[in-house]
Write a protein that binds this ligand. Structure first.
Ligand SMILES: Nc1ncnc2c1ncn2[C@@H]1O[C@H](COP(=O)(O)OP(=O)(O)O)[C@@H](O)[C@H]1O
Ligand SMILES: [Mg+2]
Length: 286
């Protein structure tokens, strides 16, 4: 009798591939579709950013890619297999997911919190290897000094780095991240995005992240997906996708694009008209 269903090894060895074909998604009880017939193919180790305004469906899209949500139409294939036929355990073995500011607040140390990321790989006698992997993740994020701190006593930025370390410690082939730098200051936004890019290169990981920082996404991503009005607005390299037209259509802002080291960089157009304060307003600047 087979107690534990074996992992489909082909998922671990097949070429990295997230393939959507006519993906539709509507939340239960709603009549509005959040994702409307999305088709796209993301292949190989690379850093892909998903951009789009609030409510565009970015988080929902990632949840459909990693089996948290079941599509209401169309198909999602991961590494050549329909996610319908991939078990939750298999998904955890090939991918990890770092959610938008986690509400989990465990009274655990940082090391124990990150060790939980090793759960899909659990086997007898592996604790020493697991601790080595946890320490590698702590080192990578430069948070070794937090190892023995309590996770629920950390600042939002530290919290976010620990959740990233947990995602890394899972040793995924595909890493899904929902706004991984939202609580970090500019120095760490850059540092984390660089680390993610390096992971895609050195550890051959397909990193798919939702981002709100268009300039950082343009600088480091290999490809960008822009969501707008529940559909894919555009897909391609940063040079192809980050244009004044896209920014106007999708974000309704006027911006010009300059090139910085071959990468597009947006500069918001300053067409604001300032209402001067009346002279006797009593407000004086030093
Ligand atoms: N659990 C839910 N139930 C119903 N509607 C939801 C739920 N989660 C998100 N939505 C709606 O789906 C749309 C897309 O949400 P989301 O995927 O979170 O967008 P984004 O991540 O781009 O901001 C929004 O209109 C949002 O209100
Ligand atoms: Mg979101």
């Amino acid at each position: 009798m087979q107690l534990h269903k074996e992992i489909d090894e082909t998922l671990l060895t097949a070429d990295l591939d997230v393939h959507l074909e006519g993906l539709d998604f509507t939340y239960k009880g709603s009549t509005n579709s959040v994702l409307d017939s999305l088709s796209i193919d993301i292949k190989g180790p690379q850093l892909v950013s998903i951009l789009g305004p609030n409510g565009a469906g970015k988080s929902t899209l990632i949840h459909c890619m990693n089996k948290i949500l079941e599509p209401t139409g169309g198909t999602v294939m991961v590494n050549g297999k329909n996610v319908e036929n991939i078990t939750v355990k298999e998904m955890a073995k090939i991918s990890s997911y770092v959610p938008y500011t986690s509400t989990d607040s465990f009274p655990l140390t940082v090391v124990d919190t990150i060790l939980m990321g090793r759960h899909p790989h659990a086997k007898w006698g592996s604790i020493k290897d697991d601790l080595e992997i946890v320490h590698e993740a702590l080192q990578l994020l430069n948070i070794e000094d937090l190892a023995d701190s309590m996770f629920n006593e950390l600042s939002a930025g530290q919290h976010q780095k620990v959740m990233l370390a947990r995602g890394f410690a899972q040793e995924p082939r595909i890493l899904f991240l929902d706004e991984p730098t939202s609580n970090l200051d500019i120095k760490y936004q850059l540092e984390i995005t660089r680390i993610l890019r390096r992971m895609s290169r050195e550890k051959k990981v397909l990193v798919i992240m939702i981002s709100h920082d268009i300039n950082i996404a343009a600088k480091y991503s290999d490809n960008i997906i822009v969501l707008h009005n529940h559909k894919i607005h555009s897909v391609g390299t940063p040079e192809e996708v980050i244009t004044s037209e896209m920014l106007k259509e999708v974000y309704d802002v006027d911006a010009k694009i300059t090139m910085d080291n071959g990468k597009p960089h947006l500069v918001l157009c300053d067409d604001c008209t300032y209402e001067p304060l009346p002279e006797d307003s009593g407000v004086y600047l030093p």
